[in-house]
Design a protein around this ligand. Structure first.
Ligand code: BG6
Ligand code: MG
Length: 216
């Protein structure tokens, strides 16, 4: 029986995937890696340093920087990202998401955040959604980032639940892979999320009834 929902943040609760994309695009231009839709898509859900490595690799630049230089590049991206998310307000919660979170709370489901972003607590604060989540997984404490199962396994563990009592909600392929590898049911929001158990084209369509009808 499902007791809890583990939520990704960027691209699921707010359209912050757009801001990550903007900040990475700027960095790709700077290091001389061509910014393509495939690269942009592949970065979704992937942690900060892994994202940087992917961008460097895509342009053949993986050996052009020292570790200290890479860390400086990642910091620079994050500073740019923070300047963009600072503008967020509750009006930036994706369509239907506040209603869905309200529905889950009303039905007694427990909520935990399973975002790869170290900025997630800050972003939840800007959106005024911190109160909805009883806990947040700290991505800095995990050995492997999405698509590895670590973050979703840790989410279940922090709630004291088994993976089969948790549903994960994601907008990116790496995230769906992480949920499935953890042995949890996966809700995918967006295109090309074929491995998800339940899929929706947009956040506006997500509800408990719509989920139940796809699972039956
Ligand atoms: C994920 C985003 O949620 O967090 C990625 O989808 C981002 O785009 C990753 O790179 C890490 O975020 P941060 O804020 O710690 O750099
Ligand atoms: Mg996401």
């Amino acid at each position: 029986e499902i007791k809890a929902f583990a939520f990704d943040l960027d691209g699921v609760i707010a359209d912050t995937a757009r801001f990550h994309g903007q900040a990475w695009h700027q960095l790709a231009d700077q290091v001389g890696t061509e910014w393509t839709p495939e690269l942009a898509d592949g970065l979704k859900g992937v942690g900060r340093m892994d994202s940087l490595e992917m961008i460097l690799k895509a342009g053949g630049h993986e050996n052009d920087y020292t570790l200290a230089e890479k860390e400086a590049l990642a910091t620079q991206k994050n500073d740019n990202y923070l300047r963009l998310v600072e503008t967020l307000t509750p009006a930036d919660i994706l369509p239907g998401m506040q209603a869905f979170l309200d529905e889950l709370k009303a039905q007694g489901y427990r909520l935990i955040l399973a975002s790869a972003s170290k900025n997630a607590p800050k972003v939840l604060g800007y959106l005024k959604l911190s109160e909805y989540f009883e806990d947040i997984v700290d991505p800095a404490k995990l050995a492997h980032s999405k698509p590895a199962p670590d973050i979703y396994l840790q989410a279940a563990k922090q709630l004291g639940l088994q993976p089969n009592q948790v549903i994960g909600v994601e907008d990116a392929q790496a995230g769906i892979q992480a949920i499935k590898a953890a042995g949890e049911l996966a809700i995918g929001i967006g295109d090309n999320l074929t491995d998800a158990d339940v899929t929706f084209a947009t956040t506006a369509e997500v509800s408990l009834a719509a989920i139940a009808s796809q699972l039956s």
